[in-house]
Design a protein around this ligand. Structure first.
Ligand code: GLU
Length: 552
């Protein structure tokens, strides 16, 4: 076979050489030890937590080392592509504060190593495909779907490895240049296959997360270019990560099984392979479907688990800081220890390290996320909480955004209630829940939720509110205020000390807890609410009087 003639026949339009490509995409001029990383998501329209999980690792190790982090859109699989998916992806990454130095952007490409969308790089892959054909390392294959299915069935029946290799590759490998020419002239579709070698060798890859991975070496004639001339993931990955000069490839562990193909290609093309970091799959604890008594650990599923979608965190208003903190606790075993020692530091100051990553499945525990959310928001000052919450409302709850803008000062004062003591209140976990939790601060959204009747009979209630309002002095400090509450409590025959009431309930109409619950319900609609004296001062005298007088 004249390989050069074959290469020309298959790629008549390719004029550039591999050397031209090397010159066009030179080694990056970066300081020693700087890492170049990327994420390569497919635009399926579904951006998942795993995308962000890998993005955080890649972003951290690139930026901590003074390197480059870029976004490459892996759109080689036409069938999976969804209209607007690239924008969705870019917006999601932006929302979560992931900043790329180069790559695909909503306005086009940024950076000297593009295009950053694989379908636009077809011409680049063809240069190397042609080279492999010239070297006798790749060949066109005209097997039809049916022929491949027949091979698959035979392999299944014989319990053999699936794929085109050995005797299964003979038909395509033995075509002459004339046969190939005739097929092409007849318009028969073809794919370009790598010419694998039957062997019993093994490969060893030093994975930065998992250590040594040993596997059988590739022996299959796997596909490099599909019939539309677009590469498979395998070929595109190798060409792109070489030319874009990635030093580290961070990707999910589902790609480990394809490593032999990638290693083979790096070797054949004479390129240095990047350092691989195969990350753990996101898992959750769930009850077993077979036995509801049993708990099982399973992969997060798109169908069953809304928390797998990044959009879920946006819609719920889970702050991007919280999601970062949460993922960092999954990613580095020492993150929580570091956070405890550095409560006020930004998570960006955490010295992230690949070595401290776990390789068993990463457990996504939403209770833990909620705890982190409460702690993170409790650490923010009220102004920051206000502006982050408002930004979310502008997008997801426009009516509430109007309230927040109208009552800016009151809101900030409300956010400061119980914030500055030794044990700050941790009432807010998501922006969506904040709209509900804080609703009582605004007459527009205030509503009675808890039942006043559970606290006292109507007569005591009316008597209490009448007396309370009569003696109410908005300028009372907290202890003067509370003395008054105690005095009325006693006067109405309620126990000032809850334990007295507990001991001899028949002697009292109730206890001070019932009295303060009534006050809370009247002021906030709920028995469980922040400090009454502080809340009253946030609301102001007019609102306090108007809400309480309804009950007197
Ligand atoms: N396109 C691949 C995916 O979406 C990316 C794998 C990689 O980062 O190399 O899973």
């Amino acid at each position: 076979m004249d390989n050069f003639a074959l290469a020309k026949l298959l790629f008549p339009d390719v004029t550039a050489s591999p050397e031209d490509m090397e010159a066009k995409y030179p080694q990056r001029d970066l300081p020693e030890g700087a890492f170049v990383t990327r994420i390569g998501p497919s635009p399926t329209g579904f951006v998942h937590l795993g995308n962000l999980y890998n993005a955080i690792i890649a972003e951290r190790i690139a930026h901590q080392s003074g390197g480059v982090f870029y976004l490459r859109i892996e759109d080689t699989d036409n069938k999976r592509e969804v209209e607007g998916a690239v924008e969705t992806l870019i917006n999601a990454m932006e929302y979560f504060g992931v900043h790329f130095d180069e790559g695909a952007t909503a306005e086009g490409d940024k950076g000297a190593y593009g295009p950053y969308r694989q379908r636009q790089r077809a011409g680049i892959y063809h240069v190397f495909a042609k080279k492999l054909v010239e070297q006798g390392k790749a060949y066109p294959c005209f097997l039809t779907e049916e022929e491949i299915q027949t091979i698959r069935d035979e392999q299944m029946a014989n319990k053999e490895d699936p794929g085109i290799y050995g005797k299964y590759a003979e038909k395509s490998r033995s075509l002459t240049l004339d046969d190939i020419k005739a097929n092409i002239d007849a318009g028969k579709p073809w794919v370009l296959r790598y010419k694998g070698e039957m062997n019993n060798e093994r490969i060893v890859v030093e994975d930065a997360v998992r250590g040594k991975i040993e596997m059988p070496r590739n022996f299959a004639d796997f596909v490099l270019l599909k019939s539309d001339g677009i590469p498979t993931y395998h070929f595109a990955h190798v060409v792109d990560d070489h030319l874009m000069r990635s030093t580290h490839v961070i990707r999910g562990e589902e790609w480990i099984s394809s490593l032999p193909m990638h290693i083979e290609l790096f070797k054949q093309l004479g390129w240095k392979q990047p350092i691989y970091c195969h990350t753990a799959t996101l898992m959750k604890i769930d009850v077993s479907e077979e036995d509801p008594e049993k708990q099982i650990k399973r992969k997060l599923s798109k169908r069953k688990d809304p928390e797998l979608a990044l959009a879920y965190y946006q819609q719920e208003g889970i702050s991007n800081d919280v999601v970062w903190e949460f993922l960092l606790t999954l990613l580095n075993s020492n993150y929580e220890e570091w956070r405890a020692a550095n409560p006020d530091a930004s998570y960006m100051d955490f010295p992230y390290s690949i070595e401290k990553m776990s390789i068993s499945g990463a457990l996504v525990d939403m209770d833990k996320l909620r705890d982190i959310a409460k702690d993170t928001i409790a650490r923010m000052d009220a102004e920051t909480v206000y502006s982050n919450w408002l930004a979310w409302c502008e997008e997801y709850n426009k009516d509430f955004a109007e309230l927040l803008k109208k009552y800016r000062d009151r809101t900030i004062a409300a956010l400061n209630v119980g914030k500055n003591g030794k044990k700050p209140r941790k009432d807010i976990e998501t922006w969506k829940q904040a709209c509900d939790f804080m609703s009582f601060y605004y007459d527009e959204t205030f509503k009675g939720e808890d039942d006043m009747a559970e606290q006292a009979d109507e007569e005591s209630r009316k008597a209490f509110f009448a007396k309370y309002l009569a003696g109410y002095d908005h300028s009372d400090d907290s202890s003067a205020w509370f003395d008054k509450v105690k005095a009325i409590t006693e006067e109405l025959g309620f126990a000032v000390k809850p334990k007295d009431y507990k001991k001899e309930p028949e002697k009292f109409k109730g206890s001070i807890v019932h009295i303060t619950n009534m006050l809370r319900i009247a002021l906030t609609g709920r028995a469980n609410a922040p400090d009454i004296h502080e809340v009253s001062h946030v609301l102001g005298e007019d609102i306090v009087r108007s809400r309480l007088s309804k009950w007197a």
